[in-house]
Design a protein around this ligand. Structure first.
Ligand code: 13P
Length: 271
């Protein structure tokens, strides 16, 4: 089964003004014009505040627009939340769900919480599942993030953590819908640290994700699901990661803020 690679830029809380987002997208469009190949889906995920401007800047180019979060209710007294349909209305097609910067382990802040290691937003496998189902129902492509902390890895719990997160995300999701989900394996210790997960190990864990899907659905569904790697992916390590059999693209933080670096990663996914 050939899966179309998907490379998504998670801008996090950066480039959130209309002017900044427009400039970065224009640079990206110019950088991608120089690229020879095609065949990878490209998504940019600016902050909510820049989605409308980003859509306008994207124009007719094939870049897709993603959001960084979504709530599962359609409307109501949920201060600060954004409903799936509100994103659809802005031209958003993808949404990141359950990023480790939004998750809390067991719904509470980790003991090593510091203001610059934000894990206090309390996202759990239950909320990730609700958001994933709501996103699917609205026709959005959920990019569901999973991954172990350093402590979990050191204790030998990587596979069980990832399996549990995949199972939790997929509760009550049918086999027709599961293939629309993109999983992003993002080892927490590799995010924003410059410490990339080795390509062999990243590929192995992306295979664990696929096997966890296969355990719940038929094998054809598991073969169709795309699994990205995320965590300090840069132009220099992307070719090794993106040519592995279980890695179907990347979720890129820091390097997606520089058009030339993001374009280089996209080219690595296309070759
Ligand atoms: P970095 O690429 O900056 O490590 O961030 C990865 C990430 O968290 C993408 O969601």
């Amino acid at each position: 089964m050939t899966r179309t690679p998907i490379v998504a830029g998670n801008w996090k809380m950066n480039k959130g003004t209309a002017q900044e987002a427009t400039a970065l997208i224009n640079e990206l469009k110019a950088a991608l014009l120089e690229s020879s190949g095609n065949g990878a889906e490209v998504v940019v995920c600016p902050p909510f505040t820049a989605l409308a401007a980003a859509k306008q800047a994207i124009g007719a180019s094939p870049i897709a627009l993603g959001a960084q979060n979504v709530f599962w209710k359609a409307s109501g007294a949920y201060t600060g939340q954004i409903a799936p349909q509100m994103l659809v209305d802005l031209g958003v097609s993808h949404v990141i769900i359950g990023h480790s910067e939004a998750r809390g382990r067991f719904g509470v802040a980790e003991p090593d919480f510091t203001p610059d290691v934000l894990k206090q937003f309390g996202e759990t496998d239950v909320t990730v599942n609700r958001k994933t189902r709501a996103a699917l129902a609205a026709g959005l492509v959920p990019i569901v993030c999973i991954g172990e902390t350093l402590t979990e890895r050191q204790n030998g719990h990587t596979d069980v953590v990832v399996q549990t997160q995949v199972q939790g995300a997929l509760e009550e999701i049918g086999s027709d819908d599961v293939t629309r989900i993109v999983f992003a394996y993002e080892p927490v210790w590799a995010i924003g640290t410059g410490e990339v997960c080795g390509a062999d190990e990243a590929d192995r864990v992306c295979g664990v994700v696929r096997a966890a899907v296969a355990a719940l659905y038929e094998e054809t569904a598991a073969q169709a699901v795309r699994v990205q790697y995320g965590g300090s992916m840069k132009p220099d390590n992307a070719p090794d990661l993106l040519t592995r059999p279980h890695i179907d693209g990347g979720l890129i933080g820091g390097a997606s803020l520089k058009a030339s670096d993001f374009a280089a990663i996209i080219r690595a996914a296309q070759s």
